[in-house]
Design a protein around this ligand. Sequence first.
Ligand SMILES: Nc1nc2c(c(=O)[nH]1)N[C@H]1C(S)=C(S)[C@@H](COP(=O)(O)OP(=O)(O)OC[C@H]3O[C@@H](n4cnc5c(=O)[nH]c(N)nc54)[C@H](O)[C@@H]3O)O[C@H]1N2
Ligand SMILES: Nc1nc2c(c(=O)[nH]1)N[C@H]1C(S)=C(S)[C@@H](COP(=O)(O)OP(=O)(O)OC[C@H]3O[C@@H](n4cnc5c(=O)[nH]c(N)nc54)[C@H](O)[C@@H]3O)O[C@H]1N2
Ligand code: SF4
Ligand SMILES: [Mo]
Length: 725
Amino acid sequence: MSESEEKIIPTTCASHCGGACVLKVHVKNGVITAIETDDGEEPQMRACLKGRAYRQRIYAPDRLRFPVKRAGPRGEGPFERITWDEALDTVARELIRIRDNYGPESILYIRGAGDICQLHNTRLFHKLLSLAGGYTSVWGGASFQGGVTAAQATYGTWRTGNSRDDLVNSRLILLWGWNPATTITGTNTSWYLAQARERGARIISIDPRHTRTTAVFADEWIPLYPGADAAALIAMAYCIIEEGLQDKAFLDKYTTGFEQFKAYVTGVEDGVPKTPAWAEAITGMPAAAIRRLAREYATIKPAALMAGIAPGRTAFGEQYHRAASTLAAMTGNIGVHGGDAAGRSWESGSWFPYKMRYGLGQRPEDGINPVTRLVSDGRHQGYVPVGVHQTHLPDFILKGKAGGYPADLKAAFIHNRNHLNQYPNTNKIAEAFKKLDFIVVFEQFLSATARYADIVLPTTTFLERNDIDFGVGTPFYGYVNKAVEPVDECRQPLDIARDLARRMGIENFGDETEDELLRKEVAESDIPDYEAFRKQGVHKLKLSEPFVSFKEQIDQPDKIRFPTPSGKIELYSKQWAAANDPLLPPVAKYIETWESRNDVLARKYPLQLITTHVERRTHTQFETLPWLRELQRQEMLLNSADARSRNVETGDMVRVFNDRGEIIIRARVTERIMPGVVDVPQGAWYRPDSRGRDVGANANTLTRDECSPGGAFPYNTCLVQVEKA
Ligand SMILES: Nc1nc2c(c(=O)[nH]1)N[C@H]1C(S)=C(S)[C@@H](COP(=O)(O)OP(=O)(O)OC[C@H]3O[C@@H](n4cnc5c(=O)[nH]c(N)nc54)[C@H](O)[C@@H]3O)O[C@H]1N2
Ligand SMILES: Nc1nc2c(c(=O)[nH]1)N[C@H]1C(S)=C(S)[C@@H](COP(=O)(O)OP(=O)(O)OC[C@H]3O[C@@H](n4cnc5c(=O)[nH]c(N)nc54)[C@H](O)[C@@H]3O)O[C@H]1N2
Ligand code: SF4
Ligand SMILES: [Mo]
C-alpha cells in the first residue's frame, strides 16, 4: 500500500483514565487525519472525547519537540533548544557527579501515571538507576492508598474488585463517591450501569455533588460532607445491628472481629452509640435517610456497595474503606454475583488475574534498587510503605538528614509525572525543587514540573510507539500500535534509557529491541498469537461468567482461605492493633479529619474543598487542546447559599485561598453541590502570577502535604475561603 493511501491502524488508548479504549487511527502520508473508535462486536470498547481528540495532542503547537535546557532561574524559564547528545551527556554527567559525591540515595526518582503501558514506562528508569547504584523513592499511591491499606488489613490483598459486567446482576447499587460517567474507571462501566438499571436495579448516589452518573443513572441522591463517610457507614451498621438484619451465618463463617466492631458501634466500647442521629450531625445526611439506606442495603440482595476512591482520599481515608468492607461482610455481599467486597471501585491496571505480569511494578530481572529493599509483590512497589511518604517529599527535600529524613536529596529524575502540579501543596514543592542541584524531566509538554527542570527530554506519546496495555473492569489485553513516526525529535523511553545507560558506563542494561521485548511479554502470557493480537488491537478474554473477587473463598471455605493471618475476613485487625495507634484502630472507626468543618480553622476558612476529576482532562493531560477546552471550562462549583452570602454569581472570578496558597478561578453557582462544600477540578496547570496567585487554578495550590496514618492522600480534606476577585 502506498503512503498516500489512507490506512486505519487499530490501537488502544493508554491515557490512564482507567480506559484502554479502542482507537482506529486514520493515517495518510504519515500523518493522522482522524481517530474513530470501536464499532465491532459487543462489548465495544468505545473511546471518550479525549481519545478521539488525541490527534490534537500529538500535533499540538505547544508539544515539546526538542530537548531543551534551562536558561534562567529555576521555575521561570526561558529554555534553550539543545541537541540530544548535549542533553544526554549532561544528564549522565550530572547523575554520575551527584552519585559519586553524595551517594546514590541523593538521587530521587519519581514516576507517574501519564501513560499506563507495559514497556515504555517507568520500569525502564528503575532499571537504569538501579544498575547505576540506586535511588531514593517515596511511597504511596495517590489514587487509592487508603483503599489499598484497608483492603490489605481486611482481606489480606488489595485486589478486591469484580469485572464490571457483574454489575448487571446487582439489585441495588450504591454509588459511594463514584462518578464513572466522568471518570470511566474501566471502559464500559456506564454501559453496564445502564444495563443494570434496565434490569430494574435501584441505584443511589452518596456524594457531596450531584454528578453526571447520578443524573443519568441514580434514583436518589444523598449528599454528605466530605470526609464524613465512615460515620455514615458506621451508623448504617448501627441500624442493621439494632434491627438484627446482619447476615449472621456469613459473619460466623467467614469473618473475625465482628463482636469488637459491634462493641464500638453500639457504644459499649466508648459510651457513644453510633446512631443515625449521631451521624446526621457529622455527615449532614438526615438520620431517616441513613436508616432507610441501611435497611435497603441489608435486605435487597445482592447489592453492590461501590466504594469510590475519592472518599478515601481524605485525612483518615482507610477508615472509610474499612467501614465499607465491614458493611459488605455484614450483609453477605462478598464473593457473590451482584455483590461487591466494597474494597474500592477502581483497581487501576491489575485487578484481574491476567497471565501477563503488570509492567509498572518492579521485577527482579529489572534490577534491585540497592537503596531500598525490594518489598513489592512484583506489581506495585509504590503501595508498600518503605521510607518517606510522597506527600512529605517537599519537607524531605527542604530539610534532608538534618530534619530526620534518610538522605540529602540533590537530584530529581522525573518520568511520566507532573509532580509539582499533582501532588499536594504546590507552592511548597516549588520552593523545594528550587533547592535541588539538578532536575531532569521526561515530557511531552512543558509541564509545570518541566519548568523547574534543568534538562527536559521530549518523549513520544502512545500513538508514536508500540506497547501493550490492559483492560480495567473488562478483561482484555490492548495492543498499542504505533500509528505514526515520532514528531520532530521526540524519542522512545526505551531508546533514551539505553543511551543513558551507555553514557553512564552500564553494560548490562540489555539490548533487546522494542519488538523483541513485546514478543517476549506476549509469549509468556495467554495471548495465543502475537501477530493476530497486534492486527486486532485487542485480545478479549472470554469468561464463562463475570469475575467475582473472593468467590473461591466463599464457595469453598474449607479449601481456600483469605490471605489474612486468620484466613478470614478481618473486621478486627490484629496487625493494626499491634501498631497501638489510636488513629489506626483495629476496627473501622469514624475519626474526625483535621481541617474538618468543626476545626477552629473553619472560622477563617469555612468551606470544605474537594478536587474532582473532569471529563476533558486526564489529570493535567489534554489541558491545552482547543477541541476539549471548548467543551468545559475550569470552574469552581459552589452552592447558591454560599454564593449569595459572598455576592458571587456564575461567571464571576473568585479568589480561593488558605494559608498554603491562592487560586483565581471562575465560579459556577449550582444546586448540584451541597452548601459548605466547593469543588475545584484537579489537573489545571499551575501558573503563579507576579503576586504569587495561581491564575491557572491548580487545586494543589491549596491542598496540604500530609497523609493519613495508612498513607492516603488527603486531596479531599482541605479548608478554604472564597471571595470575589
Ligand atoms: N488535588 C488533587 N490532586 C490529585 C488528584 C486529586 O484527586 N486531587 N488525583 C491524583 C491522582 S489519582 C493521580 S493518579 C495523580 C496523577 O498525577 P500525574 O501522573 O503527575 O498526572 P498527569 O497529569 O497524568 O502527568 C503525567 C505527565 O507525564 C507526562 N509524560 C511524560 N512522558 C510521558 C509518556 O510517555 N506518556 C504520557 N502520556 N505522558 C508522559 C505528561 O505529559 C504529563 O505531563 O494526580 C493526583 N493529584
Ligand atoms: N476524565 C477523567 N477520568 C479519570 C481521570 C481523570 O483525570 N479524568 N483520572 C483517573 C484516575 S488516575 C483516577 S485515580 C480516577 C479517580 O476517580 P475518582 O476518585 O472516583 O474521581 P473523583 O472525581 O475525584 O471523585 C469521584 C466522586 O467522589 C466525590 N467525592 C469527593 N470527596 C468525597 C467524600 O469525601 N465523600 C464522598 N462520598 N464523595 C466524595 C466527588 O464529588 C466525585 O463525584 O479517575 C480516573 N479517570
Ligand atoms: S482517555 Fe480514557 S476513556 Fe478516553 S479513550 Fe482514553 S482510555 Fe478511553
Ligand atoms: Mo489516579
